[in-house]
Ligand binder design. Structure first.
Ligand code: GLP
Length: 249
């Protein structure tokens, strides 16, 4: 595991954007796995601007999303589809055949989960971006999710709905369920980049780096993966012990 600790959120965003930019430049047909939430907003802004300015080709790119709420219209301003459309799909000029996100409006949700997992298997994800929840969730895989889980429907924890309420204005408006790539689905990616910012992520990062593998902290499943990079700011890294392999920028 490679860990880079940055001074603050802005530097984290620059570092993460640089990493993704380099990978896209090196392989324009790269398959990216992407995350939503507040943490990637800074890096997405830098990435889309730089790609535009430098005229990086995007016609061969494919992007896959970790999760989507169940029961929200795709075009709702709160859907992850709309988030991604605004952050990357539209600014990068991606065509519909280039982006993939679970359909939270599907009549048969089980079938949709199967379809999504098969697509991940068919295309394969080269580079997966992950944020982390305060309780260690990745995607929407809440504590207790089996490490061998594939794409599935999840009932969101109250604590997660509370945190995500900022996007909805009120907790009661946050959907109760979501479709998420499972932990095993995430582990299939060739390379994984975790970004974390702020004190509220410090415990989850500590468990990930220094704790034991346990389904109570979903992020610890990544300990099993051979190519993981963590980019985190000082606040979220406050419980990490200084050791080799940790670079402080
Ligand atoms: C959300 C998303 C995750 C995200 C995490 C952290 O619930 N499903 O994909 O990584 O929580 O979000 P944030 O970056 O806003 O802290």
């Amino acid at each position: 595991m490679n860990i880079t600790i940055t001074k603050n959120y802005s530097e984290l965003s620059v570092k993460a954007a640089e990493l993704f930019y380099k990978k896209i430049k090196a392989k324009p047909s790269i398959h990216l796995g992407l995350a939503t939430g507040k943490t990637p907003l800074g890096m997405y802004e830098i990435l889309r601007k730089k790609m535009k300015t430098d005229g990086l080709p995007t016609d061969k790119l494919k992007v896959f999303n970790l999760d989507e709420y169940v029961g929200l219209s795709k075009n709702s301003s709160k859907s992850f589809y709309t988030y991604m459309k605004k952050q990357l799909y539209e600014p990068l000029g991606l065509k519909e055949r280039q982006y993939y996100i679970p359909n939270g409006e599907a009549k048969d949700l089980e079938k949709e989960c199967l379809r999504y997992e098969q697509m991940i298997d068919q295309f394969g994800i080269d580079l997966q971006l992950l944020g982390v929840g305060r309780n260690g969730h990745i995607g929407f895989n809440e504590p207790g999710t089996p490490f061998d889980s594939l794409t599935h429907v999840v009932k969101l924890k109250e604590s997660t709905r509370k945190v995500n309420a900022s996007f909805f204005g009120d907790e009661s408006l946050v959907p109760t369920r979501a479709i998420t790539m499972g932990i095993q689905s995430i582990l299939k990616a060739k390379e994984i980049v975790v970004i974390a910012s702020g004190e509220e992520k410090a415990r989850a990062l500590y468990e990930f780096v220094h704790g034991k593998m346990t389904e109570e902290w979903p992020i610890t499943a990544l300990k099993n993966h051979s190519n993981v990079t963590v980019i985190c700011d000082q606040k979220s890294a406050r419980f990490l012990k200084r050791k080799e392999g940790v670079s402080h920028d």
